[in-house]
Design a protein around this ligand. Sequence first.
Ligand code: NAD
Length: 403
Amino acid sequence: FEKIPMKTPLVEMDGDEMTRVIWQLIKDMLLAPYIDLNLEYYDLGLPHRDETGDQVTIASANATKKYGVAVKCATITPNAQRMDEYKLHEMWKSPNGTIRAILDGTVFRAPILVKGIVPYIPTWEKPITIARHAFGDIYKNTETIVPAGSKAEIVVTKPDGSEERQTVHEFKESGGVFQGQFNVDESIESFARSCFNFALDTRQDIWFSTKDTISKKYDHRFKDIFQEIFDAEYAKKFTEAGIEYFYTLIDDAVARVVRSQGGFIWACKNYDGDVMSDMVATAFGSLGMMTSVLVAPDGTCEYEAAHGTVTRHYYKHLKGEETSTNSVATLFAWTGALRKRGQLDGNDRLVDFAGKLERATIDTIEGGVMTGDLAAMSTLPEIRKVNTQDFLIAIKEKLEALL
Ligand code: NAD
């Protein structure tokens, strides 16, 4: 087998714990033997983030901007317990948050479907991709607890110094809670463009939903921006691609999604996307089968698994015990990134390889060989539950046959 060359470097962001173990296995067993890997490596493992004062995370995001495609391993977001465990200098911020802030992207999460793993909603025959607007709203809110007898107001100071003042509530007998939130047109516009571009890229319809009947200014603004950008920049391209953009109230969207067959993208505001992506992931089955891609408005893409570092399995692994960790989402992060890199570089062999590796993975599971999380859910008559490494060996056998 003549190794596949790579023209432009792919940005590689290494990570933590069990996913870091899997990362190395995937590279050694399923990539390096077939591809002359051209990678720009950034170690986002927590010890190295700490050593570099988190500068490595920023550098990796900037490299992604430069080259256009990255693949990322799951990483620890430190909390108090991790401060002790890793003797950290600081409680570093979530790398995903830092990268997203630099790339200004939208996260698209989609399940990988296989025969034998039936979604809780059996009509879902095709994946449902959730696009979450990961900026603003309650995630950047200002809130306070209000004592009885207070008056809460909203004040906007305009550029000319004038004030627009509205009473939100007079707290007479009872105290309560009060919250201010915001979003900015620029971010909503980026979100809209990322969504429309991704829909064109993947040739899927896109739905967008908010609560604009209740929120007549805030949510309505989202709806208007989407429509204006769609009409001005995308309507024609969508017609040519044979796909649709469709706006509906979130209540209606929920009902339609549940009754649908899948096969579309559902764009959600920040909070809706947070909740709905967990709901959709659970309904499709395993976190180990959810992929995630961050798409910037300029088309830059960062691929990853939607799950975390699978800490429980890692501690078992450290004790020398056998693990059966699902590597599918991490593997599909690699194939997604390699396919995209191949498409941008006009590298057909790389694109073809990505497809074959995905095929080999799906065939392995559909052939009854799978990790513990899937074995617990599969409806196939004959199942062989395998450990982390043997699962990759089984995929490699299928891959060799396809190549
Ligand atoms: P997790 O996704 O690692 O695990 C959640 C649950 O799902 C666990 O029960 C786990 O066993 C199971 N699970 C997840 N992926 C699996 C797989 N591939 N195979 C088998 N089972 C799987 O999330 P968590 O436990 O909440 O967090 C662990 C660490 O991961 C934390 O330090 C957190 O900061 C980090 N995290 C990182 C990301 C990211 O980098 N994108 C996302 C979420 C969590």
